[in-house]
Design a protein around this ligand. Structure first.
Ligand code: KG4
Ligand code: ZN
Length: 332
């Protein structure tokens, strides 16, 4: 089944064509980062307007790259939250229009479920139960997955998401937007123990909290040597180290009760090199199978939405034209 995926939840206008939930025929992503950079973060109204301008050319490009026409599309999957509601509305309206005019089934996909399905594009033979850590600019969730579409949220952030903390600290350091990838680059030259920082919420719960770390990093910036390139690299490396350490420790704690066949690392922050290597080491020691998508499938894209949509459509899930631009992760 050929599924067209549409993703407009934040500042990426994306469309993709995926076959049978596993084979990417095209994956087009038009980033708006340069538009929002001068504001230091995403401006919701500008994001929505840019999606209106770019979505149709991006859809054309996705079909061209897949060497297909609209007539070949057998199902339409679209992100319907969480995200910026104005931005989401653009994608949802376009998906409804296509479904209606082509007479094809429509399915709404929760954005977090989409991030999880980037793993199925990476390794097709994932077996359950799976344990997913979803780390993005807006979420930090530990989710047990018993089967396709069956999720249980085990823990999540009580305040900032890990990516949000990275972006805000990077901004205070005068780095570009988005800050996560900038910190990743800078930290490669630094000492991960060079600047002492607290392990954020390193307790027995499976919840996270990153707002205190933001304050600690801002204090370190005030007291440290923010103009010294090697100190800045140490700060970037230390920051990523404490964040990754807590994310990995809590994932391993959750794994003791879930006993997963597979651990999945998902979301934009899964592109982070420190997190990838600490998670690989921890899963390696305990002989857990770990799946981490390539960075381009970790950050927002529509291929993951098409993949998740395919599995929903295969279970006969259909949405109608009343589909809302907002959803929670479906729990079961
Ligand atoms: O999943 P995503 O593309 O969008 C949301 O759903 O939020 O995640 C974006 C987040 C941003 O906070 C960005 O700074 C972070 O992922 N990010 C990274 C890296 N690449 C993206 N954080 C750390 N290291 C990276 N290499
Ligand atoms: Zn995302």
């Amino acid at each position: 089944m050929i599924v067209l995926g549409i993703e407009t939840s934040c500042d990426e206008t994306a469309a993709a064509v995926v076959e049978d939930g596993r084979t990417i025929r095209s994956n087009v992503i038009a980033s708006q980062a340069s538009l929002h950079r001068r504001f230091g973060g995403v401006v919701p109204e500008l994001a929505a307007r840019k999606h209106v301008e770019r979505l149709l050319p991006v859809l054309d490009e996705a079909l061209d790259q897949a060497s297909l026409t609209l007539a070949d599309i057998e199902g339409i999957a679209v992100t319907h939250g969480p995200g910026l509601v104005g931005a989401l509305t653009v994608g949802v309206a376009a998906a409804k229009g296509l479904a209606l005019s082509l007479d094809r089934p429509l399915v709404g996909v929760n954005h977090l479920e989409g991030h999880i399905y980037a793993s199925f594009l990476t390794e097709p033979d994932i077996t359950f139960p799976a344990l997913a850590l979803i780390v993005s600019g807006a979420h930090t969730d530990l989710v047990a997955m018993r089967d396709h579409g069956a999720y249980q949220v085990l823990g999540r952030t009580r305040d900032d998401a890990a990516g949000e903390a990275f972006d805000k600290i990077a901004r205070a350091m005068g780095l570009g937007y988005p800050g996560g990838p900038e910190l990743d680059r800078l930290g490669r030259r630094g000492d991960p123990r060079g600047v002492p920082l607290p392990l954020p919420m390193a307790d027995d719960s499976l919840d996270f909290s990153f707002s205190g770390l933001k304050t600690a990093a801002l204090l370190a910036l005030r007291k440290g040597r923010p103009a010294d390139p090697s100190w800045r690299a140490d700060l970037a490396a230390s920051l990523q180290h404490v964040v990754a350490a807590v994310l990995v420790d809590k994932t391993m704690a959750a794994a003791r009760s879930v006993r997963p066949n597979t651990v999945l690392l998902a979301g934009g922050v899964a592109a982070n090199s420190t997190l990838r290597s600490l998670m690989q080491a921890a899963c390696g020691q305990r002989a857990y199978r770990l799946v981490i998508p390539p960075p381009v499938l970790c950050t927002d894209n529509a291929a993951m939405i098409a993949a998740a949509g395919y599995f929903r459509l295969s279970r006969r899930h259909r949405d109608d034209l009343s589909l809302s631009a907002y959803s929670d992760l479906p729990v079961a």
